[in-house]
Design a protein around this ligand. Structure first.
Ligand SMILES: CC(C)(COP(=O)(O)OP(=O)(O)OC[C@H]1O[C@@H](n2cnc3c(N)ncnc32)[C@H](O)[C@@H]1OP(=O)(O)O)[C@@H](O)C(=O)NCCC(=O)NCCS
Length: 163
């Protein structure tokens, strides 16, 4: 699947990355419901958080349907946090999640010279996600046994600067 940024658009693009443009929050809500079906009741809270925190990166298809999403927020001078990452269930395992992680990492390297590390949290019982972060060279930093009501919260970190 060829994912194009705004500067690369051509006929061969399958998907497009758009950033910080006005997101249609109804569309985003539908996307999150299909991507996180077990979290349906949290989605209105997530949407209001996303609307006022961090930077958004959205992958859309040719019909402008949302197929991927990442929100990243600067937490301190040296640390940014990926609050949300998701890819449509129909097109998972095709490299789109990896593309979003790499894109967010590169952007933080280029724009926030002070940011040295990225952080994210995930549920400890989601083996696919744990594998996904390991494959992308993230390291487990902490495991909080009381993190979520049903499972542990695993904190991953990735250094993006040698400082
Ligand atoms: C986690 C997620 C963002 C990964 O995005 P993706 O585009 O599917 O991932 P990629 O194609 O870049 O990477 C694939 C790797 O991730 C892991 N993986 C991701 N989804 C998987 C699935 N459904 N089944 C098995 N492995 C999976 C595997 O290690 C896989 O490697 P492989 O193809 O060699 O087996 C995506 O699966 C997702 O949106 N999941 C539901 C929402 C979610 O849980 N988000 C993370 C919250 S912390």
């Amino acid at each position: 699947m060829k994912i194009c940024t705004e500067s690369e658009i051509s006929n061969s693009c399958d998907l497009f990355l758009i950033e910080n443009q006005k997101i249609n929050f109804d569309d985003l809500s539908l996307f999150l419901e299909s991507t996180f079906p077990h979290m349906k009741k949290n989605i209105p809270t997530w949407i209001s958080y996303i609307a006022s925190h961090g930077e958004n990166m959205v992958i859309i298809d040719k019909e402008k349907k949302i197929q991927g999403f990442l929100n990243i927020e600067k937490k301190s001078n040296t640390l940014s946090e990926i609050n949300f990452i998701g890819v449509s269930p129909q097109i998972q395992k095709k490299g789109i999640g990896t593309f979003l992680l790499n894109y967010a990492e590169q952007k933080n390297k280029n724009n926030n010279m002070s940011v040295q590390e990225l952080r994210l949290h995930t549920e400890g019982d989601h083996m696919n996600n744990l594998q996904f972060y390991h494959k992308n060279n993230w390291k487990i930093y902490n495991v909080d046994k009381n993190g979520y009501s049903h499972t542990t919260a695993v904190e991953y970190r990735k250094k993006i600067s040698s400082k």
